[in-house]
Design a protein around this ligand. Structure first.
Ligand code: AMP
Length: 541
């Protein structure tokens, strides 16, 4: 074998921010802060402050490999943590503050976090669980002296004080590219959350993939606002992807309601954004109610849950392109992205919409298989379905601190996603369901996603979930749980009528239950286990 003769430059996230600081020095990073005002600075500033933070961590006695937790919204100080911590050879462990406090305590303890960086917002939450966090050496509040809160937490440190006297340059260690730089726990709807440990290499490669034209399509002429939180799979890689291409970054802080997002989108002329369908539902409702439209937006990436076709259509009417994407905490997250191919140019509007509603086709670097229960590949015909397996440099090979043989290795070397899907000859994958959410009626599988997409297509429906209820004859039957729009008087019969002709007769839900609201997970997905309980439990509606 003849070895290539190219330099072996490690792929480190630090080099991404260095690049931005050198060649996009005055490109802005704009943040809505927890304290209130809008903060502005540049990539050059972020680079200096990431180095100040790295010096501060060293001064506090932190060591390479240490896990440093963050409990924070999307903002410039959180960005500094990504780079200052990761670049030091430590692990930036982003924690989802929307989890239950006991889950947060479990995660901090399981990861053995040594320090925790928190936004002001989460100080009360930490006060409630402080006694359980015995391994922590300290908590840093990401604010300045003037805004430091009164707190019962012992030895609280102030972020700006920590950075103030540190030099703005740091001797970054020469790291192996496989060194861990980030960590995120799965949301754990079943069992305890599990830690996924991202490396510099995986984060770098993932960021390159994220920028590709058929993925987020980012460039130096873009302004990107990640709505998806930096505590959820690194905001889908945007904090690495944006500086890689020199795109202006806009951080929304904790204000994710329609009015606040709209204000930032328009004021900062945002061209690209990304988030889960729940957020866009709220934005669309707000835009409709206020007769507004998005004027600078070019592309909205939607993923995390299935994006209903009606949502794609609404954004298209505003001239905004929708990128439907699929991913998991375990896959960094991007795995599938949906953009049309040249041969799709002649599709009718309906055909194009049906295609756009699929979860997308594989991004190069991630390999996909769809297999039956025995591990054999099913036909790539767009109708045969099976379990989705993935592998690649951005896919996790195991969980932090879990020694027993990984339960996810149904086929050795492949990660089992837990999704049931079809794949067509062009590689477009459609998620039928999560394995545990699929409705099994008379031996046939009914996709809850299909039913939900049809239900939310009705103008009177705000949100809908399809769940299985036990049935003596069929095993399980689908029932819809629906939140009506505020002014809607939609009836069960009217809603069930829209299913006629759209799905086979036996797939039409047996019943509709109207509720005031649906429960969501900490990452904004429908919480199916609780919704099933709402329907079948003693307090069933
Ligand atoms: P998480 O790791 O919490 O982000 O959850 C990953 C899971 O979210 C996947 O295994 C899918 O079941 C689901 N998911 C992600 N993106 C989509 C999508 N575009 N459509 C349907 N389900 C999705």
């Amino acid at each position: 074998m003849l070895r290539g003769m190219m330099m072996n430059e490690p792929l480190l996230v630090t080099s991404i921010l260095r690049h931005a600081a050198l060649y996009h020095a005055d490109t802005e990073i704009v943040s809505r802060t927890t304290e209130g005002p809008i903060h502005r600075y540049t990539y050059a500033d972020a680079w200096v402050r990431a180095q100040k933070l790295a010096n501060a961590l060293a001064a506090l006695g932190m060591q390479p490999g240490d896990r440093i937790g963050t409990l924070a919204w999307n903002g410039y100080r959180h960005l500094e943590c990504y780079y200052g911590i990761g670049g030091s050879g430590m692990v930036c462990h982003t924690i989802n503050p929307r989890l239950f406090p006991e889950q947060i305590a479990y995660i901090v303890n399981h990861a053995e976090d040594r320090l925790l960086f928190t936004d002001l917002t989460f100080v009360p939450l930490l006060e409630g669980i402080a006694q359980e966090l015995s391994g922590l050496k300290g908590i840093v509040v990401m604010t300045d002296r003037a805004n430091m809160p009164e707190s019962t937490l012992p030895g609280l440190m102030c972020y700006e004080d920590l950075l103030a006297d540190q030099p703005g340059s740091f001797d970054w260690p020469d790291l192996d590219e496989n060194t861990a730089c980030g960590m995120c726990y799965t949301s754990g709807t079943t069992g305890n959350p599990k830690g996924v440990l991202y490396s510099h290499r995986s984060s770098y490669l993932h960021a390159m993939a994220a920028c590709m034209p058929d993925v987020f399509g980012l460039s130096a002429s873009d302004v990107v606002l990640p709505v998806v939180p930096m505590f959820h799979v690194n905001a889908w890689g945007i904090p690495y992807a944006a500086p890689m291409v020199g795109a202006k970054l806009v951080f929304p802080g904790g204000k994710l309601d329609g009015a606040s997002l709209y204000e930032l989108f328009e004021a900062e002329t945002v061209t690209n954004t990304a988030g889960v369908p729940t957020v866009w539902l709220a934005l669309l409702n707000w835009l409709d109610a206020n007769r507004k439209t998005l004027t600078s937006m070019r592309r909205i990436a939607i993923g995390g849950s299935a994006c209903p076709p009606v949502m794609i259509q609404r954004f298209r009417e505003m001239g905004v392109e929708v990128l439907h994407a699929w991913g998991m905490t375990e896959t960094s997250p991007l795995g599938l992205a949906n953009m049309p191919k040249s041969k799709h140019a002649g599709l009718s509007a309906d055909e194009a919409l049906a295609l756009a509603a699929k979860q997308g086709r594989p991004i190069c670097g991630v390999r996909f298989r769809v297999v039956d229960g025995s591990g054999n590949d099913v036909a790539r015909d767009g109708t045969s379905f099976g379990r989705l397996l993935v592998r690649g440099s951005t896919v996790c090979s195991g969980y932090f601190g879990v020694t027993e043989s990984p339960a996810h290795q149904m086929v050795p070397g492949w990660f089992e996603t837990g999704d049931v899907v079809t794949m067509d000859a062009d590689g477009y994958v459609q998620i039928v369901d999560r394995t545990k959410d699929v409705i099994k009626s008379g031996g046939e599988w009914i996709s809850s996603i299909d039913l939900e997409n049809i239900a939310v297509g009705h103008p009177g429906v705000q949100e809908a979930a399809a769940v299985a209820v036990p049935d003596e004859k069929w095993g399980e039957r689908p029932v819809l749980v629906v939140v009506r729009k505020p002014d809607s008087a939609l009836t069960r019969e009217e809603l069930l009528a829209v299913f006629e002709g759209k799905v086979a007769k036996w797939c039409i839900p047996d019943d509709v239950r109207f509720v005031d609201g649906l429960p969501h997970t900490a990452t904004g997905k429908l919480l199916k286990s609780e919704i099933r309980h709402m329907v079948t439990g003693p307090e069933g509606v």
